[in-house]
Design a protein around this ligand. Structure first.
Ligand SMILES: [Zn+2]
Length: 463
């Protein structure tokens, strides 16, 4: 008896271990099988990409951007549209991590937990996805960026629908360049810069400093500063592009006076500057529709007095993604709280049941309504009196702020512009970056202008 028991104990243990392993495997299979099935190592996919019989991807107008025809993935017939939409749609590979054909591959390819990719005939069709983007605006963005590297974000600040999400350099998904891995022209081509690249925001960050001052420094908008072009802060220089003379906050935003906002950051202090930056998307990841973006960062813990002052004008180590900047402009347009961006209009004709996909969601409050209205007025005046409203866009009433962000190393500065339209029939917020564009006025605004014109046409054509 004793002998039997001592023998049965190891058997019992082994049996338990077997069932534990089985449960572990089943749980893993359930959680990860859709990812495994679309891994390139999966022999079932062979030559393939898992997209041979995948669903169709359309833009907001119903223009087909990608579809599967007789076992082959084909893209829009217009090469410019294919290139302009590459980073949103993706190609046959999964190299572009934020692309819809990467993130939603299992839904598109019709993966089914019971049948895997081998579902019976008739059950094998993948989901069709309609995106919020407009392929004509995408095309305009590609033309606007030209041979420059950069990114464009345009989205509806009332519904969250992304109208344009463009990134260069790009390539044709139908004819991926053979030298893509070695030719410097294509360096970073797999990256959607609008979502996955972060840059020094330069003077666009004055909107963060101004909003914090308006919230927490009483009377700050009437504070005056005498700009002589150079200020000595912490024993080192803080310089401006021009001599602005006596300025209040609205003037300082318009002339983009560094001294004013550098001094204002010192008055606010590191703790409150950091808290406000974090309210506005820094030091955390923005994600929407299951798509993860890079984080924007504001960290001044090691900054000396001069460096901290420079952080208040978006220099020092401050980094921001184009999408985050557009969300802040949307918040200003929308009374302080942004509607978060979204890219999926519908899946199989309905708003997807997946959590947070294709749904309008409200972000956290970035500033009070009163502060948003004041900033909106300041951006309106800056656009009217300093940039010229018609230079920004003939067809829309644009409020804006530019930034020319120094990058060091003897390279030309990055050129930014961000803002929003006041037009009720075209409620869009935007951000545009032209890498090494040197001048926000001569590089970023003209690029934005072309995209904003196309956006106005797109909205008004629908009526
Ligand atoms: Zn100045």
């Amino acid at each position: 008896m004793r002998k039997t028991r001592s023998r049965s104990f190891p058997v019992l243990l082994m049996t338990l271990a077997f069932f534990a392993g089985l449960i572990y495997f089943a749980a893993n299979l359930y959680v990860h099988s859709s990812e495994w099935s679309s891994m390139p190592q999966n022999a079932h996919l062979a030559s393939s990409t898992g997209l041979e019989y995948a669903g169709t991807i359309k833009d907001r107008r119903g223009v087909v951007l990608a579809q599967s025809v007789r076992g082959k993935r084909v893209y829009n017939e217009d090469e410019e549209i294919r290139k302009a939409c590459l980073h949103v749609v993706g190609d046959n590979s999964t190299n572009i991590g934020t692309a819809v054909q990467t993130v939603f591959r299992s839904e598109l390819s019709g993966y089914n937990f019971v049948f895997g990719l081998g579902a019976p005939e008739g059950m094998n069709s993948g989901a069709d996805i309609t995106l919020t983007i407009d392929s004509q605006v995408q095309k305009a963005a590609l033309e606007a960026l030209g041979s420059n590297r950069g990114a464009v974000v345009v989205y509806n600040y009332l519904t969250g629908e992304i109208i344009c999400l463009a990134s260069t350099p790009t390539y044709d998904p139908e004819n991926r360049p053979e030298d893509i891995e070695t030719n410097p022209e294509y360096e970073g081509a797999y990256l959607n810069r609008a979502l996955s690249a972060s840059y020094p925001p330069g003077s666009t960050f004055k909107l963060v400093t101004a909003s914090e001052a308006l919230e927490d420094i009483p009377g700050s908008e009437d504070m005056h500063y005498n700009c002589t072009g150079t200020d000595i802060i912490g024993g080192k220089e803080m310089t401006c592009f021009e001599v602005s003379g006596d300025v209040d906050m609205a003037d300082a935003l318009m002339y983009s006076c560094n001294g004013y906002f550098g001094r204002m950051a010192l008055k606010i202090g590191k703790k409150m500057m950091t808290a406000r930056a974090e309210m506005q998307g820094f030091n955390k990841n923005l994600s929407f529709d299951g798509i993860e973006t890079a984080s924007s960062s504001y960290n001044v813990s090691d900054a000396d007095e001069n460096e901290f002052a420079w952080s208040g004008v978006g220099q020092y180590k401050v980094l921001e993604t184009p999408i985050n900047m557009a969300v802040r402009s949307a918040a200003i347009a929308n009374g302080g709280t942004p509607v978060m961006p979204r890219l999926i209009k519908s899946m199989n004709g309905i708003v997807s049941p997946l959590v947070n996909v294709g749904k309008t969601t409200l972000g956290d409050e970035m500033m009070s309504r009163k502060t948003a209205e004041k900033l909106s007025d300041m951006m309106d005046r800056t656009a009217r009196e300093y940039y010229g409203k018609s230079y920004l866009c003939d067809k829309l009433d644009i409020c804006a702020k530019t930034g020319t962000a120094e990058v060091g190393g003897g390279e030309k500065a990055h050129a930014w512009v961000t803002g929003f339209a006041k037009d009720e029939d075209c409620p869009i917020a935007f951000s545009v970056i032209v890498e090494h564009g040197d001048s926000s006025f001569y590089a970023a605004i003209p690029a934005a202008s072309k995209v904003l014109d196309a956006t106005a046409d797109a909205f008004r054509a629908r009526k």
